[in-house]
Write a protein that binds this ligand. Sequence first.
Ligand code: ADP
Ligand code: MG
Length: 588
Amino acid sequence: MFKTLLKHVKNYSLPSILTPVCMILEVIFETIIPMCMGLMVTYGIEGNDNTGDMDYILKMGGIMVILVIGALVSGILGAVFGSVASCGLAKNLRKDMYENIQSFSFSNIDKFSTAGLITRLTTDVTNIQNAYQMLLRMAFRAPVSMIFALFMSYLVNVKIANIYLIATIFLSIGLAIIMLNARKYFSKVFEKYDDLNETIQENVNAIRVVKAFVREDYESEELKKAAGNIYKMFVKAENVVIWNSPLMQFTMYVTMIFISWFGAHLVVSTELEVGELLTLFTYCMNILGNLMMFSFVFVMLTLSAASGKRIAEVLNEDSELKDPENPVYEVKDGSVQFKNVCFTYKKGSGKNVLNNINLDIKSGETIGIIGGTGSAKSSLISLINRLYDVTEGELKVGGVNVKDYSMESLRNQVSVVLQKNILFSGSIYDNLRWGNPDATDEECREACNLACADDFIESFPDGYNTRIEQGGTNVSGGQKQRICIARALLKKPKIIIFDDSTSAVDTATDARIRKSLKEAIPGTTKFIIAQRISSVQDADRIIVMEEGEVNGFGTHEELLANNEIYKDVYESQTGANADFDEMKGGAI
Ligand SMILES: Nc1ncnc2c1ncn2[C@@H]1O[C@H](COP(=O)(O)OP(=O)(O)O)[C@@H](O)[C@H]1O
Ligand SMILES: [Mg+2]
């Protein structure tokens, strides 16, 4: 994991090296200052016979000013380099994660969930950024400073330095116990953050549904619960961490009492100068303070390890779908063959979503697909443009196995209007050109004409330049579906798939769209998934899906004659006692 993350420091390795160097310089300057102060008191103020030596004081004062400026400058530089390096790392991580996510297949995305990916891109990266900055600035500075101060104390007086050593060991053990306990709670906090993010993401995304079902109170409760859990965990963790300060103070004051007592004795017996005692006091604060700082760095690093792991998972995730070595770039025609195809979303976990599918579809045919919700209609068509790979069997498009195509070429030739379609913020033109970036205004209008979208678009005050809000919330469901159809048509594909794409369009417009498609693109293979028999009955052939299997495949007449399911659905939708079933697939 560390290796993966470190690789992304890349062009920020210079500041990453300079930061600890500056911090160590600062330590060196800082540690010499108390020494000078001691000397100043010993030789400057007290002098040989308590007369004082002004020249010596001025000389030492001068050196101390230079040291302070040195410490200040290296401290500032260290902070600047540290920020540059850590922000740079965060930038690189986000960019590389984002690029890798773009290459993910649908099954990769299923694995992480959208909420999970967003948390990893935002909160987790911020954690790593803070931890990295802390690491560069403190992880070297604190121990170096501590050891240096300890070393200097030994130079001044061995007996007193021994007291420091004992105090340091005592405090280290105390801090370690506290931090190990706190870590337990802190890592739980991070797990709870995931819950919180999921609740927020889900409900903000679905805010319209929440309002429509008057579930605001319930959803607020859910959030309160998630936030409350984090609160509880944090309080627990802080209750442990809070002992840091008393422990530190206790050790420091006890040490000081000891030093004062011993020191006084030593001074009286002229083993120690007053100036030296002063120096030792300063080092005392220095050593114990740094130890405390180091324990914080330690906790911070162990905590961010969880974030690092989550980031590394995204960075190291290989797309399950890859282009073959020598891909085929041309899709010859729009024929599709399924040969003994089985498919499951989770490999090796029991039940297949699709079972033993055998279909032979000629180029240019119009194929209707009908079946209850969950009968795997969407799963069936998502294999054709390789959003998922078949688990068993073989699927050919244009006579070539889909795995042999370059994915880009295949998807350019197989256009899908997905059941859950999304428009992006931007003008209608912008959205249409997702289908084909080079499409002229004329071509865009033509596609909209075919999709019966021109009427309503032209009635907008800004026409084709109307801005679509994020997620397409300012157009109706039926309008959105028609813009999506036009967008798919602009690709001029060999195969076009409509997954319940006209469910929110009225029956008459639905018929008009089908008629204009039949006339305008006769050579294109069309798959039409629908809930309404009327949407598929004039297709060349119709597939009846049931529980992941093909229950019937034939023309409307054939199926009416010998397919029970088809007959039932037909009768329920057209008979005298039609129960308005055709509305079932209505606006989603
Ligand atoms: N991304 C997915 N991950 C796991 N299971 C899925 C996924 N999408 C659909 N399924 C499951 O596959 C089955 C078929 O779903 P689907 O193809 O969407 O049916 P339909 O389009 O006919 O309503 C359902 O049982 C559904 O729960
Ligand atoms: Mg579906």
